[in-house]
Ligand binder design. Structure first.
Ligand code: CP
Ligand code: NVA
Length: 314
């Protein structure tokens, strides 16, 4: 059984296959709509946290591919509370053809996968946001032509989005740097694992403290919230430590003139990113949001089309 749980689990060949499928499905959709590869297939979507992009883009992706998505709200199934994660997974596997889950602890999505008889997709955990990274890779390739050799700088917390982006860059031969306040860096084990991947593709990964040197000659400046979902109680403390990592016009001035600005959204405007930069002509944030849908179509088609996934010439 194939699942899509973490970019850190993928080989470069697997990652590139998802990316190529996303490009083809996007081109097909723009031209004439997608063929109904997932006709009569259903996706159960478990949410322990709020969502705009993930919920709507998965729903639309299933619709465009001829299938159906079922939204299960945080209060509805009480994952691990009303009943065990294993039992939720066993039961859902009898009804649906795939499960997408947005959870607090990454162990919850791996537990779902362990007991599922259908593919499980991580729609964000505290460890990784792999669907975001695939959509972001699509966006970077569209804007920059390729990822290999490009300099991608992430500012702020070494969080789920940063980790998935780091692995996507490492698998693609890009140079990734994460600039964080002390105590909020990406963990050493992930840096080492991604570094080993990057050594094979000609890329590199680094975690540093200085935002200015991270921005220098960058092709991409990437921001995310300073306090993620589940860290609300730390928001005030983080708001004191993170302002030097704000993506603003001063930071952007250090990057390449052609640099693109990215944010996975939702944004806290005036905190991790300024209005000027987010609404400026170097911003790709709404292309990113759109590309979530195209990237997820690739994940769904690759995992759920029952081995019959055939791409027409797109
Ligand atoms: N970027 C992202 O995952 O957005 P949502 O939290 O709205 O799904
Ligand atoms: N790091 C953020 C991403 C939201 C899409 C969070 O986990 O809340």
């Amino acid at each position: 059984m194939n699942h899509f749980l973490a970019i850190g689990d993928l080989t470069a060949a697997e990652f590139n296959r998802y990316l190529t499928t996303a490009q083809k499905l996007k081109a097909e959709w723009k031209r004439r709509g997608n063929a109904p590869r997932l006709k009569n297939k259903t996706l159960g979507m478990i949410f322990q946290k709020p969502s705009l992009r993930t919920r709507v883009s998965f729903d639309m992706a299933m619709l465009h591919l001829g299938g159906h998505a079922l939204y299960l709200s945080p209060n509805e199934i009480g994952l691990g509370q009303r009943e065990s994660i294993a039992d939720v997974s066993r039961v859902l596997s009898r009804y649906v053809d795939g499960i997408m889950a947005r959870v607090f602890a990454h162990a919850h999505v791996t537990e779902l996968a362990r007991y599922a008889r259908v593919p499980v997709i991580n729609g964000l955990s505290d460890w990784e946001h792999p669907c975001q990274a695939l959509g972001d890779a699509l966006t970077m390739v569209e804007h920059l032509g390729k990822l290999k050799g490009k300099r991608v700088a992430f500012f702020g917390d070494g969080n789920n989005v940063a980790r998935s982006l780091m692995f996507a860059c490492a698998l693609s031969g890009a140079h990734f740097v994460c600039a964080s306040p002390r105590g909020y860096e990406l963990d050493a084990a992930s840096l080492e694992k991604a570094g080993a991947r990057a050594a094979k593709t000609g890329g590199s990964v680094a975690a540093i403290g200085d935002p200015q040197s991270a921005a220098q000659d960058a092709d991409v400046l990437y921001a995310d919230v300073w306090a993620s979902m589940g860290q609300e109680s730390e928001a005030a403390e983080r708001a004191k430590k993170f302002p030097p990592y704000q993506v603003n016009t001063n930071l952007l001035a250090l990057a390449k003139p052609t640099a693109m600005v990215m944010h996975c959204l939702p944004a806290h405007r005036g905190m991790e990113i300024t209005d000027e930069v987010m609404d400026g002509n170097q911003s790709a944030v709404f292309d990113q949001a759109e590309n979530r849908m195209h990237a997820q179509k690739a994940i769904l088609a690759e995992l759920m089309a029952g081995g019959k996934f055939v791409m027409r010439n797109a």
